[in-house]
Design a protein around this ligand. Structure first.
Ligand SMILES: Nc1ncnc2c1ncn2[C@@H]1O[C@H](COP(=O)(O)OP(=O)(O)OP(=O)(O)O)[C@@H](O)[C@H]1O
Ligand SMILES: [Mg+2]
Length: 227
């Protein structure tokens, strides 16, 4: 059997000593080409899980490997470089930079990875068209609606064709039709590039676009359905 794209073993994260751990003994594997949805009540630790996978937060224990590389062993600089190259993250709060145009926001991963500017411009324009924001490149985030901002965040997470796509409630602010388009795009990107995707969502309809659905109750992940 080939090694999984992403493998978590006994991952733990506790924020406060007087409260139970948010993540405890959590093990999980994602194969290359696999797109998995994780559901679960508010506050169980879904965003915490994505953050430790992305290296935005450090687990207190356990192992996280991406393509066999142990992420918990990397220092902050190495982790930042790896995240920049290999991961795309759609945050629950969009984290679109307010003083950069839409095009500069979306092109950020390409700029940080040293992509030539001509190629970057073409990829940003194509990506904006894919999320239904054709021609919005010169606009500033404050001129956009919540749903448009979310699509900027999604375009930015996909523009560098990451190995691992992490999406935290990416369709929470979108109308049903736009949500369906964005979900189809996320799935197509994961499937098209041979990487993997983790989709956190409260929506059963959104979860149904994934290959597998897990319910996370803070202790572990329980398989709900296979597609
Ligand atoms: N940096 C932090 N410091 C202290 N507690 C935190 C921190 N981050 C998260 N928590 C706590 O950990 C728990 C899990 O939070 P998390 O954001 O992972 O939940 P979630 O499952 O993503 O919820 P939602 O569905 O509402 O987004 C919550 O009780 C939260 O208050
Ligand atoms: Mg969350």
């Amino acid at each position: 059997m080939t090694a999984p794209l992403l493998a978590l073993e006994r991952v733990a994260r506790r924020f406060r000593p007087d409260r139970p751990p948010v993540l405890e003994d959590l093990s999980f594997a994602l194969a290359a080409g696999e797109y998995v949805a994780i559901m679960g009540e508010s506050g169980v630790g879904k965003s915490t899980l994505l953050n430790v996978i992305a290296g935005l937060d450090r687990p207190d224990g356990g192992s996280i490997r991406l393509d066999g590389e142990e992420l918990t062993a990397l220092d902050d600089d190495a982790l930042t470089l790896l995240r920049r190259r290999a991961m795309g993250f759609v945050f629950q709060a969009f984290h679109v930079l307010p003083y950069l145009t839409v095009a500069r926001n979306v092109g950020l991963p390409l700029a940080l990875n040293g992509c030539p500017s001509g190629e970057a411009e073409a990829r940003v324009a194509a990506m904006l068209a894919e999320v239904g924001l054709e021609g919005s490149g010169p606009r500033l985030p404050r001129e956009l609606s919540g749903g448009e901002l979310q699509r900027v965040a999604i375009a930015r997470a996909l523009v560098h064709r990451p190995r691992l796509l992490l999406a935290d409630e990416p369709t929470g602010n979108l109308d049903p039709r736009t949500a369906a388009q964005v979900l189809a795009l996320l799935r197509a990107q994961v499937k098209g590039h041979g990487g993997g995707g983790l989709l956190i969502t409260h929506s059963r309809a959104a979860a149904a676009t994934a290959d597998r659905v897990y319910e996370f109750d803070g202790r572990g992940l329980r398989a709900l359905a296979d597609r």
